[in-house]
Structure formats: C-alpha cells, structure tokens
Design a protein around this ligand. Structure first.
Ligand SMILES: [Zn+2]
Length: 146
C-alpha cells in the first residue's frame, strides 16, 4: 500500500500519466500531450475540464507565495506590507510554469482517483476516444521518445 502510494507520488512528480505512469503528460512548457503518448488515456475529459485545475493552482500558489512573503517580512520588517506583497509576487512569478503544470497533474490524478474508467466517461470523452480511434486507424502511430 505504501509502495503504491509512493509510486503515485513519484509519477506525479515526474508528471506522468495516471494510468500507465510512463507517458509524459506535457511535451512543452505549457503544451500537454493529450491523449497519453503511451497508453492513449484522454486527459481532457470534457470541455472546460481544466477549470478545476485552477483551484489546485490557487492552493499551490498560496503554498509557494506565502513563505516568500513571510521570509521577506522577517528580513525587511520596516517595509510596507503592500511593497512586500508586490516583491513576493515578483519572486513568485518565475514559478508560474511549474505551478501551472503541477496544478493540471494534480487535477488529473484527483479526477482519475474519484472517477476512473469508461463507465464514468462523459459524452465528450467518448467522442474524443472515437475520434482518436478513427485517426489511429487512418495513420500509423508515431513512436514517442520517453
Ligand atoms: Zn498513459
């Protein structure tokens, strides 16, 4: 059980597919692989699916920015709090690509943990799976480096 939990955490840290844990979820800084290049799992299950990742992003942003703010407040106690918040925001800004990616990874893992399998798939996901099956039949599958 513990080993399985660490496997999930390790796959999340490496931003791998929640189903096969080998396929990369991203192919660029902000570009997702959808579906998974290894097992074909569709990550975007419906229109607006990643709006839920915004909640995760908010939590991750607070977790990242709050320590920055309080560290600045500790070392610069005479500074105005608005100025400290702006400075914390400026220091947080380079972390946004990381937060963006991990918010989507966490969201997909949470969603797959709660609603996994084809029985919970909505009509959007079923149509996407049919489209992918049609394109797979029409063209040979490309090899993706891992
Ligand atoms: Zn996969």
């Amino acid at each position: 059980m513990i080993r399985r939990g660490w496997g999930i955490v390790w796959a999340m840290l490496r931003q791998r597919c929640p189903q096969c844990r080998t396929g990369r979820m991203f192919r660029g800084r902000f570009t997702m692989n959808d579906p998974c290049p290894d097992c074909g799992l569709v990550f975007q299950r419906e229109e607006g699916y990643f709006l839920g990742a915004m909640y995760v992003s908010s939590v991750l942003s607070m977790v990242a920015a709050t320590p920055i703010y309080f560290t600045l407040a500790h070392f610069l106690p005479e500074w105005d709090s608005i100025l400290l918040a702006l400075m914390a925001f400026a220091l947080y800004l380079p972390l946004t690509p990381v937060v963006f990616r991990y918010s989507r990874v966490v969201w997909v893992y949470l969603d797959r943990a709660v609603c996994s399998g084809a029985t919970s798939a909505g009509s959007f996901e079923k149509v996407r799976l049919e489209q992918l099956a049609d394109t797979k039949d029409a063209a040979p599958r490309e090899e993706h480096p891992v």
